[in-house]
Design a protein around this ligand. Structure first.
Ligand SMILES: [Zn+2]
Length: 574
């Protein structure tokens, strides 16, 4: 164990010089102000700090780790009245970091959920119809009736949801069931009629109106073809407190309740930092002002917020330890892994379909250049090898024209790689955010790709071996965000159905914890302030009832979280 850190040691930890709080700088070991606010001892602490990977105890002051070491070292810091906490041998890890999350708490609170957001659960087509009928009965004609969190491979009926099912919900309302993956939706006849789409409507670039064997619309619509449905019909903003017809005011209320709700959910699962894909900045600030923001936010802007950042000269990194401007939201280059629309260089096995590319190279080049020149961290959604290649080409071009050190282009998903892509990612120091819970949750979909492709999908092993800072991005809603489910999938590559895919991409438990913590911090240039239990860093940590290293690997996802702490404050106790 490390000896008691001296004042010099406290300043010497890797990369944290910029973030050193003033108070720490004023302290010395002998001064009374050095007294910790809390000492935690008897822990099995996995620090994720390579210089000292294991510890027994730490002290906290001003929301940061003051010192980390052995029980004996840290007990020396205790002064009269210093509160202590005996971890009684519990495992303690740094707070988990999710680098890709749509964080849509309002949908969880107010919308019809036709599938389980958090767990593997099978539903029936009839249950979907019944839930939507109830909502239709409360909804004026012409307004959308929508269901969320549908998962096409978690249906007990063992068949595809179709337009006829949704016609049973209503003939007067447009009805949509959205796949949790976000790239495909299913519509009823009324919706197609309002969108003016029929069996002879051609597919737009980057999307499809799917047909049944007779050539009729079957209800499923993919990627860019969904755009026409956003332009028709009206939507209610239902909140608990009202009937939902006063859309403007209700919309912010809804967002505020949603952020507060999902913040509680995050810390329940030990997630202490989340990269938010857009959402209302005003709502996040209001929740923080109310004292209800329990996790730290790296805000990823899109649309008018991103335009405003560029216009105002706001760059990635602006903000503070709780709410900070991060990369952009995912700029979409192709389709979905789970919904089988991502852009492959080969046909999907047994088909002549290669997926959807949802942009063109010239547009992508122009967008990447604009963001990069503005000093904002670029982030593109690229799943298939074709899309990753397009994105890397666009970034290589931008970096050549306007070199910027340490730009860390973020690749959201980065699902199917090959050797050439890995070499180029390493050269750019790209930071991929891979799906995390999919290995466990979506194992029922990997047969659509087959083992040969799965050996190169969610390629944690290959990327770590190449020295790439691969991070965890649950992509909630598409994937559950539970880090325990994520870690189990990373170390086993075995799904809920007992099937194992791409076992060559397994990583160790140490590595999986690092992917879900320190590498997440690196993803947003925050490795100097968080991601490991290191003196000087923010005191964000999770206490687990069981030692993940001594339980069977297929039980990691069930290990109980007994405490989540953010900035030294307990935000969840289980
Ligand atoms: Zn996403």
């Amino acid at each position: 164990m490390a000896k008691l850190p001296t004042r010099r040691d406290l300043f010497a930890f890797a990369g944290a010089s910029l973030a050193m709080p003033a108070l720490l700088a004023e302290q010395s070991e002998s001064s009374p102000t050095a007294a910790p606010e809390l000492v935690v001892f008897n822990g099995r602490i996995v620090t994720v700090d390579p210089r000292s990977p294991r510890a027994e105890a730490f002290a906290i002051k001003n929301g940061r780790f003051l010192a980390v070491g052995s029980n004996a070292d840290i007990r020396n810091l205790i002064q009269r009245g210093t509160p202590t906490w005996d971890a009684k041998g519990a495992m303690i890890v740094p707070g988990f970091i999710d680098t890709h999350n749509h964080a849509d708490g309002a949908t969880l609170l107010y919308e019809i959920l036709v599938g389980n957001p958090f767990e593997v659960e099978f539903v029936t087509v009839d249950s979907i119809i019944q839930k939507l009928r109830v909502r239709a009965a409360q909804t004026p004609p012409g307004y959308w009736v929508e269901g969320y969190f549908f998962d096409d491979t978690k249906v007990k009926d063992g068949r595809k949801l179709n337009i006829h099912d949704l016609d049973q919900v209503s003939k007067d309302h447009p009805v949509a069931v959205h796949h949790r993956g976000g790239h495909t939706s299913f519509y009823n006849s009324k919706a197609f009629e309002m969108a003016d789409v029929n069996r002879s409507t051609p597919n737009p670039p980057g999307g499809t109106f799917d047909k049944d064997s007779t050539g009729a619309l079957n209800g499923r619509v993919t990627d860019r073809a969904k755009d026409v449905f956003y332009k028709v019909g009206k939507r209610q903003n239902v909140t608990i407190e009202n009937s939902g017809l006063n859309a403007q005011a209700d919309s912010l209320q809804r967002e505020i309740a949603g952020v507060a709700h999902i913040s509680k959910m995050f810390v329940r699962y030990g997630v202490t930092s989340v990269h938010h894909e857009g959402g209302s900045l005003a709502a996040i600030q209001k929740v923080r002002a109310n004292g209800d923001l329990k996790h730290r936010v790296s805000y990823e802007a899109a649309g008018k917020e991103l335009d405003a950042m560029i216009a105002a000269g706001l760059q990635s990194g602006f903000g503070d330890e709780w709410l900070r401007l991060g990369a952009t939201t995912e700029h979409t280059v192709d389709g979905s892994f789970s919904e089988r629309t991502m852009a492959l260089s080969v046909n999907y096995p047994g088909t002549n379909y290669k997926g959807n590319v949802t942009t063109i190279q010239d547009d992508l080049n122009a967008w990447v250049e604009k963001i990069h020149r503005a000093g904002i961290q670029v982030n593109c959604h690229a799943n298939g090898d074709v899309a990753i290649d397009m994105y890397l080409s666009a970034f290589e071009r931008a970096q050549q024209l306007f070199p910027r050190p340490d730009a860390r282009p973020k690749i959201t998903h980065c699902t199917l790689i090959n050797d050439d892509l890995v070499r180029r990612m390493k050269a750019l120091n790209a930071v991929p955010s891979l799906f995390t819970t999919y290995a466990y949750y979506n194992s029922d979909k990997f047969g659509f790709y087959g083992e040969e492709l799965m050996k190169r999908c969610m390629a944690f092993r290959t990327l770590l071996d190449a020295g790439i800072h691969v991070a965890a991005g649950s992509d909630f809603s598409p994937g559950p965000f539970d880090p325990r489910m994520a870690i189990q999938g990373m170390v086993t590559r075995t799904g809920w159905d007992g099937k194992t895919w791409g076992a060559n991409q397994k990583i160790s438990l140490d590595e999986a914890i690092r992917v879900n913590t320190l590498n997440g911090a690196y993803n947003s240039h925050e490795e100097g302030t968080k991601g490991s239990i290191t003196a000087g860093k923010l005191a964000d940590y999770v206490v687990l009832a069981e030692d993940l290293y001594s339980i069977p690997v297929d039980r990691i996802k069930d290990a109980k979280i007994i405490r989540t702490v953010v900035g030294g404050t307990t935000v969840y106790e289980g």
